[in-house]
Each structure stands twice: as structure tokens, then as C-alpha cells.
Design a protein. Structure first.
Length: 215
């Protein structure tokens, strides 16, 4: 990457493009190498302009920004794409990530945040707005939690600590006793018990003990 960050942006709103151009051209380390109102001939434009960062809107006439991002990343993997949009629904965020976008931020961010975000993406970093980032974390935690619940054979999988708590439940200890024996807080034990019940697909401690006897 040269000293200046070369930026190309695609957005169907002229006023937004004008404002973005003025902002970038007034900042010494940025160079605007092109702009467009839609994705027509996008690959040819990318080959000619060779931007470091492509700012991409999602909803535009013709192909949407997510599909255009996928095309650009396949043909020019060196170009870092930043989704800059008004849409913050989960599906748009996740589809953008799958298409190869390095970031996803809302158009309402201030000028300083905008410039900082583009710099981060240009250097190979990944940026998501605060609200978007928290939803992404929640989404992947849910996936990981679901994946950790069963094995390929469909049997419950418990963590090492969950197995220790389960053994004490089967031994007849209550939460207070388990907390004292395993040097945990009662709140932590309650959380472990809830996870165990969920993974074993039962609703009471008695069912846990009964299931243990059957296995």
C-alpha cells in the first residue's frame, strides 16, 4: 500500500457520495480513485482504479452490495471491502462477512470514526460498529454453545467442570455443598447446573440422577 490510502466508493445517493468525497479529499492520507452509483462493470473499474479500500453500500439499483462484494473479493482478494450502510439487521451483517467484507458500519458514524475505520480496514483490520459487534459475538456464542452440546453421535458433551458438578449432583449434594467442595460460588454452581440440565435435556436434578443411572 502506498503512503496514501486509495479509496473507491459505491453508493446510489449522490449527496452521500459528495460528502464522502469532500471528507476524503480534505484528508492528506487519502486518495479518491473512483466512485459509482451502482455496481455496473465493477470488476473492470476495480482493475483500473486498484483501490486499497472499497466502500460498499448494500441496497442499490441492480445487484446488491453483498453480491458485488463477493464478486470483487473473488477477482481481487487484495481489495479490502467495508460495508457502509443504513441496514443493521443480522442477516445483512452475516451475509456481508461471508462475502468477504472486512467491516460493517452504519452511515451515521461521525467523520473521525469514518476515517479511523477506513484506515483500519486498509491495514487489513476488521471493524464493526459497537452494536453490530455485540450481536456478532452473541451469534457465534450461540453457535459454539450449540456445537458444544452434542457430539456427532448426538450424545451430550459436558466440559470438565460440568462433569465434576454432575458427579456431585448424582452424589446427592445440593448447590451450597457443591460450591464448598469445588471452591466455587453458589451462583457459578447454579449456572453449571442450568447448563447440565439443558445439555441433558431434563428439567430437574432428580431427572439428572435418573439419567445417570440409566447410562
Amino acid at each position: 500500500m502506498s503512503d496514501q490510502i486509495k479509496v473507491f466508493f459505491i453508493d446510489d445517493h449522490q449527496i452521500f457520495r459528495d460528502g464522502l468525497r469532500i471528507l476524503l479529499e480534505a484528508t492528506p492520507d487519502f486518495e479518491v480513485v473512483g466512485e459509482a452509483e451502482n455496481g455496473e462493470n465493477i470488476l473492470a473499474k476495480m482493475k483500473e482504479a486498484q483501490p486499497d479500500v472499497l466502500l460498499m453500500d448494500i441496497q442499490m439499483p441492480g445487484e446488491n452490495g453483498i453480491e458485488l462484494t463477493r464478486q470483487v473479493k473473488q477477482a481481487h482478494p487484495e481489495i479490502n471491502v467495508l460495508m457502509l450502510t443504513m441496514f443493521e439487521d443480522d442477516q445483512s451483517v452475516f451475509n456481508s462477512m461471508q462475502a468477504g467484507a472486512c467491516g460493517y458500519v452504519l452511515k451515521g458514524i461521525n467523520h473521525r470514526e469514518m476515517l479511523s475505520t477506513i484506515r483500519t480496514v486498509a491495514s487489513g483490520g476488521t471493524v464493526f460498529g459497537p452494536g453490530i459487534a455485540s450481536r456478532i459475538m452473541s451469534y457465534f456464542q450461540q453457535i459454539n454453545g450449540a456445537a458444544a452440546t452434542t457430539t456427532e453421535g448426538g450424545k451430550p458433551v459436558l466440559s470438565g467442570r460440568e462433569q465434576e458438578v454432575l458427579a456431585e449432583i448424582e452424589a446427592g449434594l445440593d448447590n451450597t455443598q457443591i460450591a464448598e467442595k469445588l471452591f466455587l460460588s453458589e451462583k457459578t454452581v447454579r449456572n453449571y447446573v442450568s447448563q447440565i440440565l439443558k445439555k441433558l435435556e431434563v428439567s430437574t436434578r432428580q431427572e439428572v440422577v435418573q439419567k445417570g443411572k440409566q447410562s
